[in-house]
Ligand binder design. Structure first.
Ligand SMILES: Cc1ncc(COP(=O)(O)O)c(C=O)c1O
Length: 389
């Protein structure tokens, strides 16, 4: 008999009842060290006092009003994002998937309104942009699209990081290029800075819009507020979600005035997107994670963690192959089967997340204490030894 919850997930048989910082408590009272952070969502860990306070205060004032009215909390968060990024304007969603939908719509509407409609959007193998019909068409992998056709047309898929293929593909017919500066689900695959720069140039040359999907790599995860800042290039449109709500469902599309020029009143909307509760929390998260001292700590902690992981790989060459990633968006390319490694980590009460390319992801809270990094490394070590045995 089918379970009451639609069985679309391969769930581990653990349920958590409480969270604090980087630790989760299971139903049986045992504690787990959380290196998944809800897959890069709990940017400040569980039950961060400032977020609990913000949520509680806002909940007592106003949760939700429709977007048919002005929403001051939304305006405040939008202004902060505009202030801190390339963007001139922001639309709020509830998730990364909805951000993908708007990014695609915005790009197509831009060219439509310029009088030269273009449909083709170039995307990359290994990409993940969400689970809507548009987002799966954008990612294009067999696993995600099989059985769900006909798909939204207009996507071309290229190998990740193959600049020659890109040069051949981008042309006057290209509406937009959509890319994650660091692929998350794809296995913590970083696009070299030179590739991002080359991509920007190609888009400029052909009048195509550049869309960065920073749903997983954004919001200070890599040690800069947004990952593309490392390369010194900016997109025309950017998708944000996950970390920006710190656990509250919140997403956003950021855009330049030019790229957003087609999005006039009535062209898009959302019931919940940008409600006062979500935006109050988003503003608090952004205030904390965009602070220079906070970012310096993410970089320092990321370096500390990566250094420990390098020696872990050296000690367990049969289990691990290499360390990937930047800041606290880290991955371990495995020699053993990654899902077996994740299970061995569960046995050590350590939460890690599998990704494609036989990688496990380490996406801890950005404020993870050094002592928890040390503890995580010890648990990873014990799990690898157990696998070897
Ligand atoms: C890069 C990227 N884009 C989009 C999404 C979709 O976001 P959501 O699950 O919030 O719809 C994800 C989710 O994992 C993601 O990692």
């Amino acid at each position: 008999m089918i379970s009451a919850v639609l069985p679309t997930y391969n769930r581990a048989p653990i349920a958590f009842v409480k969270g604090e910082g980087s630790w989760l408590t299971a139903e049986d009272g045992s504690r787990y060290l959380d290196l998944g952070a809800g897959i890069a969502v709990n940017a400040l860990g569980h039950a961060h006092p400032a977020l609990v306070q913000t949520l509680t205060e806002q909940a007592q004032k106003l949760w939700h009003v429709s977007n048919v009215y002005r929403i001051p909390e939304q305006e405040k968060l939008a202004e902060a994002l505009v202030d801190k990024t390339f963007a001139d304007t922001v639309f709020f969603t509830n998730s990364g998937t909805e951000a993908a939908e708007l990014a695609i719509k915005m790009a197509r509407k831009y060219h439509h309104d310029k009088g030269t409609p273009r449909a083709e959007i170039i995307a990359f193998e290994g990409a993940f942009h969400g689970r809507s019909t548009g987002a799966i068409a954008a990612a294009g992998s067999e696993k995600m699209v099989k059985g769900f056709g006909p798909l939204m047309p207009g996507f071309t898929h290229l190998p990740f990081g193959d600049h020659e293929a890109l040069k051949a593909a981008v042309g006057p017919q290209t509406c937009a290029v959509i890319i994650e500066p660091i692929q998350g689900e794809g296995g913590i695959r970083t696009l070299p800075d030179a590739c991002l720069k080359g991509l920007r140039d190609l888009c400029d040359q052909h009048g195509a819009l550049l869309i960065f999907d920073e749903v997983q790599c954004g919001v200070s995860r890599t040690g800069r507020l947004f990952a593309h800042e490392w390369a010194g290039v900016t997109p025309d449109i950017m998708m944000v979600a996950k970390g920006i709500g710190g656990g509250f469902p919140l997403g956003a599309v950021l855009a330049t005035e030019n790229a957003a020029s087609g999005m006039v009143a009535g062209s898009h909307g959302s019931t919940y997107g940008g409600n006062p509760l979500g935006c109050a929390i988003g503003s608090k998260v952004l205030e904390i994670v965009s602070d220079d001292a906070f970012l310096a700590e993410v970089n320092r902690k990321g370096g500390l963690f990566a250094q420990g992981l390098e020696s872990l790989v050296a000690r367990h060459p049969k289990v691990y192959e290499a360390v990937r990633g930047q800041g606290l968006m880290l991955g371990l390319k495995c020699k053993a089967t990654n899902t077996d490694v994740v299970k061995a980590n569960y046995d050590q009460h350590l939460l890690t997340v599998a990704a494609a390319d036989n990688v496990i992801r380490l996406l801890p809270a950005l404020n993870i204490p050094d002592a928890d990094i040390t503890e995580a490394l010890a648990r990873l070590d014990r799990a690898a030894s157990a696998l070897e045995a």
